[in-house]
Design a protein around this ligand. Structure first.
Ligand code: FES
Length: 175
């Protein structure tokens, strides 16, 4: 799917704010994820690169490096669990397993209804409150346990049923 004219206009409107076009890349990727289902499809990469005067590989490197960008399709609620050392020691693997059971998909997959996906990320920078997960690049759920997963999923389902946008993840706090 090509970038829409509206999206291109939104990106080019950012150019005057930066010393060079390539510096708009991070912002442009956020715009794309906001307007294109939460991920950066490979289809849009060449067009974005051309718009910014860079190579497609420059875009791909950034998308694959930062956990806030998603090179694969994600659910409306993308639940990312930190599985780095501090979180693993305190039960992150159990949180991932409970999510997989609860949502009936494996980590890296999207539920059939498109509502949820599960991801695993490296350190989210909140090791003191491990284990930590994040929904849609927004508020962290800290000190989370496997037993917190059903409540979290229920709150997100309720949010989706209420027609809420992705702007607030409805994740609520951990313990
Ligand atoms: S190891 Fe999980 S937040 Fe640092």
């Amino acid at each position: 799917m090509p970038l829409s004219e509206e999206l291109k206009a939104r990106i080019t409107a950012e150019f005057p704010k930066y010393p060079e076009r390539r510096a708009v890349l991070l912002t442009a990727l956020h715009f794309i994820q906001e307007e294109c289902g939460g991920w950066v499809s490979p289809d849009v990469v060449p067009e974005l690169a051309e718009l910014l005067g860079i190579l497609p590989i420059d875009v791909e490197e950034v998308v694959s490096f930062y956990p806030m960008y998603h090179p694969d399709r994600v659910g409306r609620f993308h639940v990312q669990v930190c599985t780095n050392i501090a979180c693993c020691i305190r039960g992150a693997r159990g949180v991932v397993r409970r999510l997989e059971e609860q949502l009936d998909v494996l980590s890296g997959e999207v539920t059939e209804d498109g509502l949820f996906s599960i991801g695993e990320v490296e350190c989210l920078g909140s090791c003191g409150t491990a284990p930590v997960l994040m929904v849609n690049n927004e508020r962290f759920v800290e000190n989370v346990s496997a037993d917190d997963v059903p409540g979290l999923v229920e709150r997100l389902r309720a949010r989706a049923a209420g027609g809420g946008a992705n702007g607030s993840n409805g994740a609520g706090g951990g313990r």
